[in-house]
Design a protein around this ligand. Sequence first.
Ligand SMILES: *Cc1c(COP(=O)(O)O)cnc(C)c1O
Length: 376
Amino acid sequence: MPLSDLSFTSDEVQALADTYRSGWLSQGPKVEAFEAAFAEYLGSPHAVAVSSATAALQLICCALGLGAGDEVLLPSLTFAASAAAVFHTGATPVFLDIAGLQRPWLAAETVERALSPRTRAIVNVAYAGHPGESLALRELAQAHGVGMIEDAAHALGTRVDGRHVGTIGTAGAFSFFANKNMALGEGGMLVTGDPQLARTARLLRSHGLSAGTWSRHRGNDVDYDVLAAGFNFRLDEARAALGLLRLRRLDEDNRRRLAAAQAYARALRSVNGVRAAIDWGSPGTHAVHIYPLLVDGGLERSAFRAQLRARGVQTSVHYPPLHLTKAFAAPDRAPLELTEEYARRTVSIPLYQTITAAQQDHVVEAIKAACLALTP
Ligand SMILES: *Cc1c(COP(=O)(O)O)cnc(C)c1O
């Protein structure tokens, strides 16, 4: 039982083959069409296709003009990329605690207490695909005149109050990495309502050039100028062609993930030794990306994971807290107690859109057996 699994339709594979036969592989008309479809799906004025969510975060940080002396508030319980994007601008990532053991996301209250005159932005991570306190954070960011960056890598398709996560703040970043809900292999999307931010992102994703190769290929421009020092963060045509098709089944894929999450919640409710880390019955539409559990305090997580592994069930930990990693350690700061306890006790179990009831039964039986074996 792998943690995540992939499936592609024959139409999707065909779209890839057609693109490779078309004679045009780099950013061109399929990328444009994918951006338009993505913007429409999210109800976002602008969507900029890029090579990864990390690239999208990096471009957002650059477009916001972050630099040395600036502080950006973000959860410690996230993937390394959320902080690296901030770090590479010269700004300082300031790690904050989660709202609670069963609310593993930023609380607006925590963020408000951490605001300083140096704070330029907040990065909200929609952990596991849950919107968390996105709406309250937007109000807070607006009231204090700081940017709100949404790391929505887990949350493509999550809606709260009728709005898509990723379109709530200043700008959002989505991932199409191979284990994400809409896997293309690699790839990402930056979305924003700010036309200037979108323009800057488009410029910087392709070396800061005034005209791209597709435009020159069509004869629109013969020369280019370098308007800014940029990056190569482009998405290619094949992935865009696949993305166009996968977007059409995204809501259905997410419905299956949510149904599987609710089935786990029902099956595990009465099991002594573990509990669900997130209540997926809460209002909103959820793109459940991972299914994290909390093992009880008295139960050793590594032994629990070994028990599951012995029964053929892969598990993972989302995440080792960044403030305790070598790259991002900040020894002079106070401990983040909830984050540290959560990170000691959390275990993610297999979840994907094609998981079957029989596979989920197998996981649940393995968990029951592990709990029995390990409870004194
Ligand atoms: C996967 C992930 C990223 C990075 O996405 P890439 O497309 O692989 O760059 C960033 N943040 C979070 C929370 C993620 O899970």
